[in-house]
Design a protein around this ligand. Structure first.
Ligand code: 48N
Length: 321
């Protein structure tokens, strides 16, 4: 079965740079379709390009995104299974909102590329199968739970759908290293955005002189930075260090039945403007961990999205900045 891709015939082009010198070998390119390579590859060449075109294509778009999302409607911190589920639910429900996702790792997806103990399959307890069906992800039905044959199938499908939304921008390899705060009239604290830096910079504040961050303003922040780990539970730890939370409850031992209900039901606005979901919440509430079952991550994301829209509408009414 021939792949659909064909490479069209192009004449050697001259590029808009000094002298307009034709690039490539000057010979007309040969038509290709990928299944017929015999004897054609020897004359194969890509369309011509100048390196600066690539540099500009990337830089223009990235800096345009930074400018566009400097004022976002909603920021999601952490692109793990909960953060991505939140982003999908929000972006689908509200295509009018600008949604920025800040992910510390180069590779988004958090802990959802594998099941438990590096095994491939991903288990989700019903009714989380409804979320899989919404995404069109196939699974085996085992009665009270379903199994996706490879966790990467879930995460890659969810990620591709999130990235396809025109109102979503993923800033990966970028860390949230602080929160923007405001005081309301009664002196209460409200979260009004995030402070960002390249993750590689954020990891070297201790061995370099000051490398200041940048910022994103937003009326609603959703933090899904996972449970403890090098970056885990970032926002709730920061709330404690700025004395907006007295202390963390600390994640408890593994109990699937207790943990998953608690995480979904407990997903909420922890301080005005900041919603916490996924395993970061276990660090706040002292919830049990659930181990290698991911339904709570998906449905905590759905709940976080609903909470975010409630808070967003409220902020709109308050005209909060
Ligand atoms: O996958 P995680 O760690 O977090 P969740 O809550 O989306 O999913 C948790 C889930 O994978 C489990 O832990 C399962 C269910 N096991 C439970 C158990 O009992 O063991 O994703 C968090 C993401 C990661 O990609 C981090 O890189 C990112 O958040 N992150 C940050 N991104 C930007 N700025 C930060 N400060 C930051 N901190 C973490």
């Amino acid at each position: 079965m021939a792949p659909a891709v064909t490479i069209d015939v192009v004449e050697p082009t001259t590029l808009p740079h000094k002298g307009g010198v034709p690039v490539g070998n000057g010979k007309p390119r040969v038509d290709y379709d990928l299944e017929v390579a015999d004897g054609k590859w020897k004359d194969f060449s890509f369309h011509p390009i100048r390196e600066s075109q690539v540099a500009r294509a990337m830089a223009r778009r990235y800096f345009n995104d930074l400018d566009t999302y400097a004022e976002s409607d909603i920021v999601i911190v952490g692109a793990g299974s909960c953060g991505l589920s939140t982003a999908y639910t929000l972006a689908k429900a509200r295509p009018d909102l600008k949604i920025a996702i800040i992910e510390a790792s180069v590779s988004p997806g958090g802990g959802a590329w594998l099941g438990g103990q590096l095994f491939s399959a991903m288990v989700m307890r019903k009714p989380a199968d409804k979320f899989l069906s919404e995404l069109g992800i196939p699974f085996e039905d085992e009665g009270a739970y379903v199994v996706v044959k490879h966790a990467a199938l879930f995460t890659s499908t969810l990620l591709s759908k999130v990235l396809s939304f025109p109102n979503v921008k993923l800033f990966n390899a970028t860390s949230v290293e602080d929160l923007i705060t405001r005081r309301d009239e009664s002196g209460g604290l409200r979260i009004a955005g995030v402070v960002t830096n390249w993750t590689l910079v954020a990891m070297h504040h201790d061995d370099q002189s000051c490398m200041d961050p940048s910022t994103i303003n937003a009326p609603v922040i959703i933090s899904t930075t996972g449970h403890d780990g090098p970056f885990g539970a970032f926002s709730v730890k920061r709330l404690v260090s700025m004395q907006a939370l007295e202390k963390l409850g600390g994640m408890r031992g593994l109990d699937m039945n207790t943990a998953e209900d608690a995480i979904v039901k407990g997903t909420r606005e922890i301080v005005p403007g900041l919603i916490v979901g996924g395993m970061e919440l276990s660090e706040v509430d002292g919830a049990n961990r659930m181990g290698p079952t991911f339904g709570a991550m998906a449905l905590s994301g759905v709940k976080a999205a609903e909470e975010a829209l409630r808070v967003f509408e409220l902020r709109q009414k308050q005209n909060a900045v």
